[in-house]
Design a protein around this ligand. Structure first.
Ligand code: PLP
Length: 469
C-alpha cells in the first residue's frame, strides 16, 4: 500500500458505491437466456442498444469508412500517423452539425470552439482542471450520475456540494435549493466555481424546463461563476416537452458577447445518443477561447483515435442517415420506456414522469421497511441477490429521499425486459403474501425467503418449459 500514491488509493473514486458494486455482482452471475436463465439481469447500465441495426446497415452500405479507405484507396498510413490534438477537421464539422441537428437547428456550433475528448468522462474532468483549483467546489443538483464523484473529484481535488432537490416538485431545481447549497459551501470554506447540471438528467430521465435554465443563468450571472451543462442525453428526448439546450437560452437572452456567454460550457458525447460508449468520443464546447486552448492542450491525455474520427465523420456527414437515425431511435426509446412503465405499473410501482434518457426514476418507497437509507440498502440487496435484477439505489446518486431507484431499459432485449418485470411483480406479490402471513404469527424473514425461493425457481422453470418470455 505504501508504494502507491495517496491519490491512487484514496476512496474519492467512489468504487465502493452500490452503483459499482451492483455491476460487480452482475459480472459474477450475468443473465443469459440460454446459458444462465436465472442469472442477474443488468438494469444498472445506461447503454443504448436499441438502434445498432441502423448503424450496422450503414456500415454495410459504406465499407470504405470502416476499411481505412477513401474513394477505394487505402488511407491506412495517413490515419496511423495522424495525432494532431485539434482533431480531424472533417470530424469536428460533422460533430457540430450533428449537435445542431439534435437541437432542432435552433443553435449552431462553431468548430473552433470544440475540443474532442475520450468520452464525456474525460470532458468533465478536463473542465474541472481548467476551471477550478483543488479544494474549490462545483454545485450539483441531486440526484446525480454516480460517476461524477470519480470524474469531477478524484484526480482534480475539486469538491462537489449537492443542491438538494426533492420529489415534492419532481426534483426540479429551485432558487432556494441553489442558495442553500451555496451557503453550505461557504460554511465549509469552499470557494464555489460553478454549477454543473445534466440536461436531460441522469438519473431522472427528465429535461430541464426553461424556468430552471433561466434560473441557472441568473445565478451564474449574479455570483460570477461557471455553468457546465452535460448534454450527453440530448438526442434521447422521446416525448414532449422537447429538449432545450442552455445555448438556446443564452441566445434567446442575447447573451452573446457578454461575460456570461464565456462562462457556459457544454459537454457532449456519442456514448448515449449513438450508443457508442466503446468508441470513446466526447467533446467540450466553450465560448471562452482560453478554456478551449487549455482543454485542447489537456486533450493529449484522452484523444479520440484517428480511425474512429474518420469513420464517424463519414457517418455523421450522411444527413439522410442522421435524420432517420435520430427520429427512429427516439421512437424506439419511447416504446421501450412505455414497456417499462407499464411493467412497473402491473407490479404496483410508479415512477417519475419522464421524457428522455435510457432509464426511469422508480419510486419504491412503499416497499421499504422504514424510511431510511438502511432500509433502501436492504431492499436493494433483495432485488439484486434474490430477485436478480441489478438496479441502482437512489443513495448511490446522492438522492436525499430513501426508496428511489434508477432502472435502465435500453440495454437489453424486449424479452429480457419482460422477464425482469415478471420477476419484480412476483417479488412485490411475495411481500404482500408475507404481510398476510404476518397475521398468522409467521416470521417475516422466513416467509419472505420461502416465497422468494418459490417464485425464483418457478419463473426460471416455467420459462424453460414453455419458452415464454
Ligand atoms: C451524465 C453523464 N455524463 C457523463 C457520462 C460518461 O459518458 P462517456 O461514456 O461519454 O464517458 C455518463 C455515462 O453514463 C453520464 O450519464
Amino acid at each position: 500500500m505504501g508504494l502507491l500514491s495517496g491519490k491512487a488509493t484514496c476512496n474519492t473514486h467512489g468504487q465502493d458505491s452500490s452503483y459499482f458494486l451492483g455491476w460487480q455482482e452482475y459480472e459474477k452471475n450475468p443473465y443469459d437466456e440460454v446459458q444462465n436463465p436465472t442469472g442477474i439481469i443488468q438494469m444498472g447500465l445506461a447503454e443504448n442498444q436499441l438502434s445498432f441495426d441502423l448503424l450496422e446497415s450503414w456500415l454495410a452500405r459504406n465499407p470504405d469508412a470502416a476499411g481505412f479507405k477513401r474513394d477505394g484507396q487505402s488511407i491506412f498510413r495517413e490515419l496511423a500517423l495522424f495525432q494532431d490534438y485539434h482533431g480531424l477537421p472533417a470530424f469536428k464539422k460533422a460533430l457540430v452539425e450533428f449537435m445542431s441537428e439534435i437541437r432542432g437547428n435552433k443553435v449552431t456550433f462553431d468548430t473552433s470552439k470544440i475540443v474532442l475528448t475520450a468520452g464525456a468522462t474525460s470532458a468533465n474532468e478536463t473542465l474541472m482542471f481548467c476551471l477550478a483549483e483543488p479544494g474549490e467546489a462545483f454545485l450539483l443538483p441531486t440526484p446525480y450520475y454516480p460517476g461524477f464523484d470519480r470524474d469531477l473529484k478524484w484526480r482534480t481535488g475539486v469538491e462537489i456540494v449537492p443542491i438538494q432537490c426533492t420529489s415534492l416538485n419532481g426534483f426540479q431545481i429551485t432558487e432556494t435549493a441553489i442558495e442553500e447549497a451555496y451557503q453550505l459551501a461557504q460554511k465549509r470554506h469552499l470557494k464555489v466555481k460553478g454549477v454543473l447540471v445534466t440536461n436531460p438528467s441522469n438519473p431522472l430521465g427528465t429535461t430541464m424546463s426553461r424556468n430552471e435554465l433561466n434560473l441557472l443563468v441568473n445565478i451564474i450571472t449574479e455570483k460570477n461563476i461557471h455553468l457546465i451543462s452535460d448534454e450527453i442525453y440530448s438526442g434521447t428526448v422521446f416525448s414532449s416537452p422537447g429538449f432545450v439546450s442552455i445555448m438556446e437560452i443564452l441566445k434567446d437572452r442575447n447573451c452573446e458577447n457578454t461575460q456570461v456567454w464565456n462562462r457556459v460550457h457544454i459537454v457532449y458525447s456519442l456514448s448515449k445518443d449513438l450508443g457508442l460508449p466503446g468508441f470513446r468520443v466526447g467533446a467540450i464546447y466553450s465560448n471562452d477561447d482560453m478554456v478551449v486552448a487549455a482543454a485542447t492542450k489537456m486533450s493529449s491525455f484522452g484523444l479520440v483515435s484517428s480511425q474512429t474520427q474518420y469513420l464517424l465523420s463519414a457517418l455523421l456527414s450522411d444527413k439522410k442517415f442522421t435524420q432517420n437515425y435520430i427520429s427512429e431511435n427516439k421512437k424506439r426509446l419511447k416504446q421501450r420506456h412505455r414497456k417499462l412503465v407499464s411493467g412497473l405499473e402491473k407490479a404496483g410501482i410508479s415512477c417519475l414522469k419522464s421524457n428522455a434518457g435510457l432509464f426511469c426514476w422508480v419510486d419504491m418507497r412503499h416497499l421499504l421497511r422504514s424510511n431510511t437509507f438502511e432500509a433502501e440498502m436492504e431492499l436493494w440487496k433483495k432485488i439484486v441477490y434474490d430477485v436478480k435484477l441489478n438496479i441502482s439505489p437512489g443513495s448511490s446518486c446522492h438522492c436525499t429521499e430513501p426508496g428511489w431507484f434508477r432502472v435502465c431499459f435500453a440495454n437489453m432485449s424486449e424479452d429480457t425486459l419482460k422477464l425482469s418485470m415478471q420477476r419484480l411483480k412476483a417479488f412485490v406479490d411475495s411481500i404482500t403474501t408475507t404481510l398476510h402471513n404476518q397475521s398468522n404469527h409467521q416470521s417475516i424473514k422466513n416467509s419472505r425467503r420461502r416465497s422468494l425461493t418459490k417464485w425464483v425457481f418457478r419463473l426460471s422453470f416455467d420459462d424453460r418449459v414453455t419458452g415464454e418470455r
